[in-house]
Every structure is written in C-alpha cells, then in structure tokens.
Design a protein around this ligand. Structure first.
Ligand SMILES: NC(=O)C1=CN([C@@H]2O[C@H](COP(=O)(O)OP(=O)(O)OC[C@H]3O[C@@H](n4cnc5c(N)ncnc54)[C@H](O)[C@@H]3O)[C@@H](O)[C@H]2O)C=CC1
Ligand SMILES: O=C(O)[C@@H]1CCC=N1
Length: 279
C-alpha cells in the first residue's frame, strides 16, 4: 500500500501492480521510486525485464513476479504491455481487482471497452505518455471513465506526473489524437535530427560532426522552448534575420504549404493505426 507519508503521491487502497516494465513501464516505475513511492508498494509483473530493470526492482525492494499475483488486491493496475498481447495477458488479472481498484492503461489504441472485456467493468484511465518520460521530461494525455472517483483521478494524476505534465482530455477518442501528436511525437523529432545530420553531411561535414551539431541543436531548441515564455512561432522568428540564412532555408521548408500537409498526413496515419489497434 502507498502510505500517506509518500512525498507527492496520495494513498491508494492497495499495491500498484505494474504489468510490463519495458521502456515506458520502466520509465514510470523509476519516476515513482524517485518521487517517494516506496518500492514495497509496487509489484512488477514481467516475465522478461532487462537486467537493468531487474536491478532497479531489486534495489527498490519492489516485488517481481512473472505472472499474476495471488492473495492480494490491486490498488492500481498499471498496464504497460504492447497492445497486441493485452488480450492474452489481462484476463487472469481480473481476479485481483475490487471496487476500489483503478486500472490505468498506456497501450496505444486499446479502448476502455476492450479493457473491460478482459477485466470486467472498472474505474479506468487511458493514458498516453511519451519516451522523454525516461528523463522526467515527458508529457501525458489522459482520459478517465465515469467510474473513476476524484480520489482515484488524483492518485493517477500523481503517478503520471512523475514524468512531466498531465493533460486530461474530455473524450476517450482524443487519446488516439494525443498518441499521434505527443505519444509518437518524439520519433518525428529524432527523424528531424537524422535528416538535418544527413543534409549537413551532404554539405561536406564529417558525418559524426554533422550528427553532433544536429543533435545538440534540437536538444537546445527543445530546452529553449521549454524555458522561454515565447511561443514556437516567436522563437522561430528570433532566429530568422530578414534576408539572412534562416530565411533562405525556411523559404524552402515553408514553400507553398510547406511541411504542414506532410504532418497532417503523418498524424492522420498515426491516429488511424491507433484506431485499428482498438479492439
Ligand atoms: N514506446 C513508446 O514511445 C510508448 C509506448 N506506449 C505504450 O506502452 C506500452 C509498452 O510499450 P514499450 O514500453 O515501448 O514496450 P516494451 O517492449 O519496451 O515493454 C513491454 C514490456 O512488456 C513485457 N511483457 C511481455 N509480455 C508480458 C506479459 N505476459 N506479462 C507482463 N509483461 C510482459 C516485456 O517483457 C517488456 O518488458 C505499449 O502498449 C505502447 O503502446 C505508450 C506511449 C509511448
Ligand atoms: O508506436 C507506438 O505504437 C507507440 C505508441 C506511441 C509511441 N509508441
């Protein structure tokens, strides 16, 4: 059980059961431990965690199981396995839920109706974090169904916010759009770095130098965006001297409708894929 004395996380009615401690489940677990959740209140269920994750679990004094716990009731059932395996993984966990349990799924696409098919009716939150959670700099979109009490919503909010801000959305379908923007979003930014580095290499720079320059530029621009009160458009204008080099580049990138149609199509494809994973 999470005690009332944890620094920022209110008490849950029973332990947190984390199913899947991979990239995202592991990042959240690390964040919980750093933010005062006692390891003794967490049970990790994962048949095949990385060596580093095994060590984190052991160091924290959390429990590690390869299958469903017996003889306990979950306060929070946190589902962080791939959507494609959920229907096989979830049904036995129904036995460890009660009326107080809140279920949180971070799986792309999987609907609350699909979760309830496996677990029965439950207070359920669908959440969509992103990989910068690994360094405490993620952002999470979340939707709570009508069974979620105010206390449960607060508990879940505090568990999610260890990795960055939490944005609640009014409709479950919005989570698929959140997935397209911020869940998958870090990959678009990393691809931008790859494209900038490759273009720099084609201009004659050493490939590794071009990559270092591109990587630090995107990381620095991200930090400036994070710290500055100005919006992205203003920050872009600050770089762009009239008649200068940036204006020349943006003239290419923003020609006609620029990159917008490509992003419109890419995010539409991501949302459509989330919808296909729903069942
Ligand atoms: N990677 C990302 O950027 C994001 C992923 N997600 C969602 O998070 C979920 C997990 O994704 P990742 O962490 O990237 O995947 P991952 O492959 O890194 O982690 C999945 C974990 O599930 C474990 N697992 C497999 N079978 C299991 C079972 N029967 N019982 C318990 N654990 C089992 C694996 O051993 C692994 O540690 C997915 O549903 C994905 O849609 C959500 C937001 C962002
Ligand atoms: O690509 C995926 O399906 C997952 C969900 C959001 C980011 N990664």
């Amino acid at each position: 059980m999470i005690s009332e004395h944890s620094s920022s996380i209110p008490a849950s009615s029973g332990p947190i059961i984390l199913i899947g401690a991979g990239n995202m489940g592991g990042a959240l677990l690390t964040g919980w431990l750093k933010n005062g959740v006692p390891g003794s209140s967490v049970v990790v269920v994962d048949p095949n965690p990385s060596e580093a994750m095994r060590q984190t679990i052991a160091d924290a004094g959390a429990s590690h199981l390869t299958g469903v716990p017996v003889g306990i009731t979950a306060g929070v059932l946190f589902v962080a396995v791939k959507p494609q395996v959920m229907d096989a993984v979830l049904p036995p966990f129904k036995a460890i839920l009660d009326a107080e349990t809140v279920v949180v799924s971070i799986a792309a696409g999987k609907t609350i109706a699909s979760l309830e098919k496996n677990l029965g009716p439950a207070a359920t939150v669908r959440a969509m974090p992103n990989t910068p959670a690994m360094v405490g700099r993620g952002v999470t979109g979340a939707f709570a169904n009508a069974r979620v009490s105010e206390r449960q919503r607060q508990l879940v909010q505090n568990l999610l916010k260890v990795s960055g801000p939490v944005e609640w959305v009014p409709e479950e379908a919005d989570i698929d759009s959140v997935t397209a923007v911020s869940g998958s979003g870090p990959a678009y930014v990393f691809y931008l770095v790859e494209c900038m580095a490759e273009a720099g290499r084609k201009l004659g720079l050493q490939a590794d130098l071009a990559m270092r320059l591109a990587r630090e530029t995107v990381a620095g621009a991200g930090e400036l965006l994070h710290q500055s009160p100005d919006d992205a458009s203003r920050l872009r204008q600050n770089v762009t001297s009239p008649g200068g080099t940036t204006a020349a580049a943006l003239g290419v990138l923003m020609a006609e409708d620029g990159m917008q149609p490509l992003f419109d199509a890419a995010l539409e494809a991501a949302r459509k894929r989330a919808q296909e994973l729903a069942g």
